[in-house]
Design a protein around this ligand. Structure first.
Ligand code: URA
Length: 254
């Protein structure tokens, strides 16, 4: 019965079969017509053999396929970490700089890849991107209060009163109530680490300004327990695995 089917499947990983045409479409290779043509022209391999029948069905779980010799693995959704370089805007319609989306294959854009919250064009470091609406909502919603860690270089010397102000809360223009850092510590006269739970517009720069200093350089190093690894160069990205995704919900690494 349908009931038994639903019960069984709610406790197991769903396995899915799909036509090759649909697989290509879902993975961002263009319209239905275009995908059918790609297959008919013999440009698509699925599981190592060429397949010229767009209606042939394949199990999508961990399916390896290639298009024009380029290898892909089927992914239901994209979960990505980018080490954002300076000089890139987190927008599909950038105003004054390049878009971060130029750093990804066009298939990802076609699939609807979005930034999970924005970093300013001159901010570097950890940027999450996804095409999963629920995931994006979850990590951008102010209710969720996921801690975000920022490494800051300042223009003027940092003093104890500035750190106190950031910890106790500063009044930002056009914001009701005080905006507080979850924590804040300095490393030397010009460098500090600030942890915040929200993602208000230019929040770190505005907080530091309200405390009487100015941000010269801003780098995001972690979100929750997930820290950007040093080995990922600026401008490079990788897929997040289950372990990484779980870390986002864990407390900050000490
Ligand atoms: N706060 C800022 O001011 N800028 C960013 O890019 C991120 C947080």
């Amino acid at each position: 019965t349908i009931f038994a089917f639903l019960c069984r499947n709610s406790f197991t990983m769903p396995t899915m079969e799909m036509t090759l045409e649909k697989i290509l479409q879902r993975q961002g290779f263009g319209s239905r017509k275009l995908c059918r043509t790609l297959v008919r022209q013999g440009r698509v391999h699925a599981g190592d053999v060429v397949c010229t029948d767009p209606d042939r069905r394949f199990e999508t779980d961990a399916l390896h396929f290639s298009v024009d010799g380029e290898d892909w693995v089927y992914r239901e959704h994209l979960y990505i970490v980018l080490n954002k370089p300076s000089g890139f805007e987190c927008s599909h319609q950038p105003q004054h700089h390049s878009s971060v989306f130029t750093l990804f294959p066009t298939q990802f854009i076609q699939r609807g890849l979005q930034c999970v919250g924005r970093l300013d064009q001159d901010t570097t470091g950890l940027l999450l991107l996804s095409d999963d609406g629920d995931f994006i909502h979850r990590y951008t919603s102010p209710k969720k209060k996921v801690p975000k860690v920022y490494e800051i270089s300042t223009n003027a010397e940092i003093d104890e009163s500035q750190l106190e102000k950031l910890k106790n809360g500063v009044q930002l223009k056009d914001e009701t109530g005080m905006t507080k850092a979850l924590s804040c510590e300095s490393f030397d006269e010009y460098r500090m680490r600030l942890v915040i739970a929200e993602g208000k517009y230019h929040q770190v720069k505005r907080m530091v300004a309200a405390a009487g200093n100015r941000v010269e350089k801003l780098h995001r190093s972690a979100i929750g327990g997930f820290a950007l690894e040093e080995s990922l160069p600026a401008g490079e990205w990788r897929y997040l695995d289950v372990n990484d995704l779980n870390k986002l919900d864990e407390p900050l690494d000490p």
